[in-house]
Design a protein around this ligand. Structure first.
Ligand SMILES: [Zn+2]
Ligand SMILES: [Zn+2]
Length: 225
C-alpha cells in the first residue's frame, strides 16, 4: 500500500509570507522579485508560476525535489529572516498560494503565486522609504532594488513605491513599513495624499541633486565628478 498525503481543497487560496529582493527589468518596464536563497537566480513576476530550479522536466513542486515557490505560515517568522545582515535590504511579501501545494510544518511549497503586498523597510539611513533604488547588483536583465528615502536616492536609478506597484501590476500593493519620519503607512490605490507627498519628496530630492551637479559643472575648473 502506498502512503499518500491527505488532499486539501481550500475555498480560498492560503496566505503565506516570505522575503525577497525587489527587482526592476533592465528596460525599466517590469517589476518583480527574486528569492533570497533557493531559486534566487530566477526573478519572478507578481503573478507567476514556479519552475524547477534544477531545470528538471517536472512540474514544481515535485514531491522528490525541493523546487517550487516557498513561504511560511507566520508573518513573524518571515520578518525574522529580515534581521540577518545579508537579508536587510529584502522586503516582506504577503502572498496567495495558488495551484498545487505541499504543506509542511512551517509553510508551503507550491506551484503558482500572487504577491498581494510588499512591505518595504526603512532606508539604510533609518528614514522611511519613498523609493526603491538601484542596490548595485542584479541578475541578467534585472537590477536589484533596495529601500531609499528621498535624501539618499541622489542620481541612482530608482522608482517610487507607487510606480513599482504599477509596474508589478496584478493589483500589487507596496507599502513603507517602519523608519524614522512621519508618512509611510499604506499607499492608497490611485493618487492619495500620502502617495503624492512621497512622490513630491522624491522629485524634490532628485531635482536638488541634479541642480547641485549642474552648478558644479558650471564652475570653471570644477572637478567633473
Ligand atoms: Zn524540481
Ligand atoms: Zn536615507
Amino acid at each position: 500500500m502506498r502512503w499518500r498525503l491527505p488532499e486539501e481543497r481550500p475555498a480560498e487560496p492560503p496566505t503565506g509570507f516570505k522575503i525577497a529582493h525587489p527587482m526592476l527589468s533592465q528596460d525599466g518596464s517590469r517589476a518583480g522579485f527574486t528569492g533570497v536563497s533557493l531559486g534566487g537566480a530566477l526573478p519572478y513576476g507578481v503573478l507567476d508560476e514556479a519552475h524547477c530550479v534544477y531545470g528538471l522536466r517536472h512540474r514544481a513542486p515535485h514531491r522528490r525535489c525541493d523546487c517550487g515557490f516557498h513561504c511560511v505560515h507566520d508573518r513573524t517568522a518571515a520578518e525574522a529572516m529580515l534581521c540577518t545582515a545579508e537579508h536587510r535590504t529584502a522586503v516582506l511579501l504577503e502572498v496567495a498560494v495558488l495551484g498545487a501545494y505541499i504543506r509542511f510544518e512551517l509553510g508551503f511549497r507550491y506551484a503558482r503565486q500572487r504577491v498581494r503586498t510588499a512591505t518595504v523597510g526603512p532606508c539604510s539611513c533609518g528614514s522611511v522609504a519613498v523609493a526603491l533604488a538601484d542596490a548595485g547588483w542584479g541578475r541578467p536583465g534585472w537590477r536589484a532594488l533596495a529601500a531609499s528615502c528621498a535624501g539618499c536616492v541622489r542620481g541612482r536609478p530608482s522608482v517610487s513605491l507607487a510606480t513599482f506597484a504599477r509596474l508589478g501590476g496584478e493589483g500589487l500593493r507596496v507599502r513603507a513599513g517602519g523608519g524614522a519620519a512621519p508618512s509611510g503607512g499604506d499607499l492608497p490605490e490611485g493618487l492619495g495624499v500620502s502617495e503624492l507627498t512621497a512622490e513630491a519628496a522624491l522629485l524634490q530630492a532628485r531635482l536638488d541633486w541634479f541642480q547641485t551637479q549642474l552648478a558644479r559643472l558650471g564652475q570653471p575648473g570644477a572637478d567633473q565628478g
